[in-house]
Ligand binder design. Structure first.
Ligand code: F0G
Length: 455
């Protein structure tokens, strides 16, 4: 059969509350045109993030009931640890309440003033946790990864030659080399197995530990299976094991590729570093056999990890985004190519070319999608990255709108609805206006800024 169907039946549903265009116009005004200020009950299709928004399976809910809430030595922890190790064979698996907590612990130990940490592209919380210690975060993505319209199978790859030069120049200041799979900040683009291996080799040659931010490891493995020579007949589990076989540790948000609503972990091979991490964990998260999570969360993650590597799921997962992306492309909407694993990224600067970057074309598009169809996406552009610590403002590298797909939540008709909404926006494109910021906080302004439409 050619039709790729959702590989599940629905046993429990959450109703969607419908709103009218007029209601949404009023809600937008009330929210000062910031979609983070809209109540989720007032959203028809919520594509703000794929993080923590997955639908859990019947088996995961059953696992929740097995959760053991003992403070120390809970069997839930050992099931969690075994499930992680089955895929990623690290010596030490340290649970945390989410991904950024793992980052905070790691960089509190190896970061600090004068340190430099290279990656393909650091996600914002990773960058924040590195910079928060006084260290510098460096993005060494291949040039192809920075061109939205260019089709390339592994746009998340590290520029290994630049990494080598970077380590030769700054080696003493580098405590580890990182890589993010898939590359969220760069459009959800995958990293090839060959590139992971080459990055690990360069790190090893310079005597540096190699750490993977593995949030979307299963989607990355699926792309490797589809696109990398010699990988097409291999099991996803074997590809995943190979991805992590070259690493000395990982940070993970279980809110992505573990189908959990909360959770994460830090994994390490270095005994001494792991010891320090556990001490820090006790200070900030909890005892090492629960790390800020309930036992039931650990069981949900353990079960989720056995489901995320299912090929029928991954085929449907990646196809949903590719389907929306292809249809938008055919309509003349500029999208980041190829489609990412967890999201479709629309080039708002390219599409709303009459709105200059400092009038926030991404915000204008995100607001228009909500107004016409109740769809909530997320501006990833000048609102998010344009302002600098000294208060000055310049256009971000790109003005994108991310439509992030929660896992197993929406169906084919939801995808068609999203495409139709873009048709409606296309019909009013030239009448869309930019925005100015009426109020903003000193940092991370996109979450709470107040906008006013330009007339
Ligand atoms: N690393 C990557 C690549 C991420 O995408 C995220 C979160 C984190 C680390 C942090 O994990 O949220 O569990 O603390 N990304 C979410 C998103 C928030 O919407 O892309 P966390």
């Amino acid at each position: 059969m050619k039709t790729i169907i959702e590989p599940f039946r629905i046993k429990s549903v959450e109703p969607i509350r419908f709103t009218t265009v007029d209601e949404r116009r009023a809600l937008l005004k009330y929210a000062h045109f910031n979609l983070f200020a809209i109540k989720s009950d007032d959203v028809i299709i919520d594509l703000l993030t794929d993080s923590g928004t997955s639908a859990m399976s019947a088996a995961q809910w059953a696992a929740v009931m097995k959760g053991d809430e003992s403070y120390a030595g809970s069997p839930s922890f050992f099931r969690f640890e075994a499930a992680v190790r089955d895929l990623m064979p690290f010596r030490h698996i340290i649970p945390t309440h989410q991904g950024r907590a793992a980052e905070a612990i790691l960089f509190s130990l190896i970061g600090g003033k004068g340190r430099r940490i290279p990656s393909n592209t650091h996600f914002d919380t990773t960058r924040g946790n590195i910079e928060g210690t006084g260290a510098e975060a460096h993005d060494l993505l291949i040039a192809e990864g920075r061109n939205p319209a260019l089709d390339h199978p592994f746009k998340g790859n590290m520029d290994v030659a630049r990494l080598d030069v970077f380590l030769r120049e700054h080696g003493d200041a580098v405590p580890c080399v990182m890589i993010t799979v898939t590359n969220n900040a760069g459009g959800g683009q995958p990293v090839s197995l060959a590139n992971i291996r080459a990055t690990a080799e360069v790190a090893k040659r310079h005597g540096k530990p190699f750490i993977i931010d593995g949030c979307r490891f299963a989607e990355n493995a699926w792309f490797i299976k589809q696109r990398e020579e010699g990988q097409g007949t291999r099991a996803i589990k074997d590809i995943v094991r190979d991805m992590f076989a070259f690493a000395d540790g990982m940070t993970m948000s279980a809110k992505k590729d573990a189908f959990a609503n909360i959770g994460g972990w830090l994994a390490l091979n270095d005994d001494a570093l792991a010891e320090k991490a556990r001490t820090r964990l006790i200070q900030t998260e909890g005892f090492p056999t629960y790390g800020g999570l309930a036992g039931r969360d650990l069981d949900a993650i353990a079960q989720g990890l056995s489901e995320i590597i299912d090929e029928d799921y991954l085929r449907y997962r990646v196809r949903t985004n590719a389907y929306i992306s292809e249809r938008l492309d055919a309509m003349g909407v500029p999208v980041v190519k190829p489609a990412g694993g967890h999201a479709v990224f629309v080039d708002a600067r390219g599409w709303l070319s009459h709105i200059p970057p400092l009038s926030y074309p991404g915000q204008a598009l995100a607001v228009a999608l909500y107004e016409v169809a109740g769809i909530r996406g997320c501006e990833i552009g000048t609102v998010m990255f344009g302002r600098h610590p000294d208060g000055s403002e310049t256009p971000a590298a790109m003005d994108l709108v991310r439509l992030a797909m929660p896992r197993r939540v929406y169906t084919q008709s939801h995808a068609d609805y999203i495409v139709e909404a873009f048709g409606k926006v296309a019909a009013m494109l030239t009448s869309l206006k930019g925005y100015r910021i009426a109020w903003e906080p000193p940092m991370m302004r996109h979450f709470t800024a107040k906008f006013a439409p330009l007339t």
